[in-house]
Design a binder for this molecule. Structure first.
Ligand SMILES: Cc1cc2nc3c(=O)[nH]c(=O)nc-3n(C[C@H](O)[C@H](O)[C@H](O)COP(=O)(O)O)c2cc1C
Length: 224
């Protein structure tokens, strides 16, 4: 697959087929993705790739943890949403949620239906493989950019193997459960996940087109 085709065909997939993904394919994706640049080549990210029974246990523990610590009420060390949420970012986030709910025919006032959809995050949206990204706390938040680049590589290289993905900041809120199941030490911060699998092409959740701002909106060309 050409690079630009991979870039334009990547979407945040929120419904996957239950077709298994072999360890060999996951390994190959990570073997290419590891060539991502990182500050001073520190290569700060750690990945846990989970499938099968480990995935099941993770889901079970995360659900149990969330039942006792409702999502959204968790005090995050590194807050993922700003306290003072200004536009245009606030409105873009709103539009992003609305695009998904509209594709799924969920009324925005239907809190139960919205929560049910949010819960899909716990199940990696049905993907058979989940990747959990962590980093030693001493490198937080400075090296988070490195994590973003590595995640971007994973999601694009996944396209080469016919796979789709969805990044999931969601997992930050259930860190203790992940830590327990995957035996991740306290001095590692769990920041993101990626669902990885084969796209359920017919599912409405995958028909969302969140759109993007044009180049002129976010770029000043200086000195050309
Ligand atoms: C770091 C990061 C974290 C994200 N976390 C979540 C998440 O927890 N759940 C989710 O459904 N989508 C998540 N997304 C997906 C974004 O909502 C999505 O990238 C954005 O709406 C643009 O849509 P697209 O990826 O389909 O182009 C995340 C994306 C990124 C880059």
């Amino acid at each position: 697959m050409e690079l630009l085709e991979a870039v334009s065909s990547r979407i945040s997939a929120r419904a996957f087929l239950d077709t298994p993904v072999s360890k060999d394919i996951v390994y190959k994706i990570l073997d290419h993705a590891r060539l991502a640049p990182s500050g001073s080549n520190m290569q700060p990210c750690h990945i846990h790739a989970v499938a099968g029974e480990a995935r099941e246990r993770l889901i079970e523990k995360a659900l149990a943890y969330a039942a006792e610590h409702p999502m959204g009420n968790v005090q995050s060390e590194y807050q993922s949403s700003p306290r003072n949420f200004i536009n245009p970012y606030k409105s873009r986030r709103f539009a992003c949620g609305m695009a998904l709910y509209s594709a799924l025919d969920i009324d925005r006032k239907d809190k139960a239906a919205r929560e049910k959809q949010l819960m899909q995050n716990f199940y990696f949206f049905g993907a058979p493989v989940g990747l959990i990204f962590s980093m030693h706390r001493s490198l937080m938040p400075g090296q988070l950019g490195d994590m973003g680049i590595l995640m971007g590589n994973v999601m694009l290289i996944a396209r080469e193997y016919g796979l789709h993905s969805c990044a999931q900041g969601f997992w930050q809120d259930v860190q203790p459960a992940i830590r327990e199941v995957l035996d991740i030490p306290e001095d590692y911060y769990i920041y993101n996940g990626i669902s990885l699998g084969y796209l359920d092409e017919n599912h409405a959740a995958n028909k969302v087109n969140p759109g993007r701002e044009p180049v002129e909106q976010f770029t000043e060309f200086v000195g050309f």
